[in-house]
Ligand binder design. Structure first.
Ligand code: ATP
Ligand code: MG
Length: 204
């Protein structure tokens, strides 16, 4: 069983939306339990917006323990602002810790502090998310800054997209959208492939 945690110090950086889409991606590769450990229960609320049943299980951190055994993947959505001990613990336990960052209003110092608080053994990647369209260069600038500071970053990124927000409002994923509105699913598929590689999925 592989544990993938989506976390970080900043609120509103797309942790929950990322968790839902990663759970959807991984459900093509095995059984997935998405653990909603946010007291706002954002994932549980999302699932209740529609009758369509997602191809993964959802439990909150209280109900999850009885459902953990036997899954291929655990995806953990965390609330904003874990303290430094929690971040160290999460990143030590997880096979991969995903840290979404959005390019606007970059303040490098708190971000670098976050990397300092990760467990020394942590396998982590920053996910540059909600990237503005061309001609904005803010995503590339953020990537450059992170790489200059020896931070591990996914090659892919998640675009800013109204259809992602629309899908979440409908209680579905962007994979279920039609036509052009489905295009952002490609971003998650690219990240999903990088995740499989980062956790050595399918390798002995
Ligand atoms: N790819 C995207 N394109 C456009 N808007 C997005 C995208 N991802 C997230 N958002 C916007 O950012 C908001 C916050 O996303 P989300 O709830 O996933 O963040 P979070 O990190 O889980 O927040 P919290 O810290 O409150 O748990 C969403 O409600 C949505 O409006
Ligand atoms: Mg959230």
């Amino acid at each position: 069983m592989k544990i993938i945690a989506i976390t970080g110090y900043k609120g509103g950086v797309s942790k929950t939306i990322t968790s839902i889409h990663i759970a959807r991606f991984l459900s093509d590769y095995g059984t997935v339990l998405l653990i909603d450990s946010d007291p706002n229960r954002s994932v549980e609320k999302w699932a209740k917006r529609t009758d369509s049943v997602p191809p993964f299980k959802i439990k909150n951190e209280k109900s999850a323990p009885a459902h953990i055994a036997g899954n291929d993947f655990l995806v953990l959505d965390t609330p904003a602002r874990p303290d430094s001990n929690e971040l160290a613990e999460i990143s030590e336990e997880a096979h991969l810790t995903i840290l979404p960052c959005i390019p606007d209003a970059i303040s490098l110092d708190p971000m670098l502090m976050m990397f300092h608080d990760l467990a020394p053994s942590a396998n982590y990647r920053v996910l540059i998310s909600v990237t503005p369209p061309y001609p904005s260069k803010s995503a590339e600038e953020l990537r450059k800054l992170l790489l200059e500071n020896q931070v591990m970053v996914f090659n892919g990124q998640i675009r800013r997209s109204a259809s992602i927000v629309k899908a979440i409002d409908l209680g579905i994923t962007v994979a279920q959208m039609k036509g052009r509105e489905r295009l952002p699913w490609r971003d998650y598929q690219e990240i999903g492939k990088e995740i499989l590689e980062a956790i050595n999925y399918g390798k002995a």
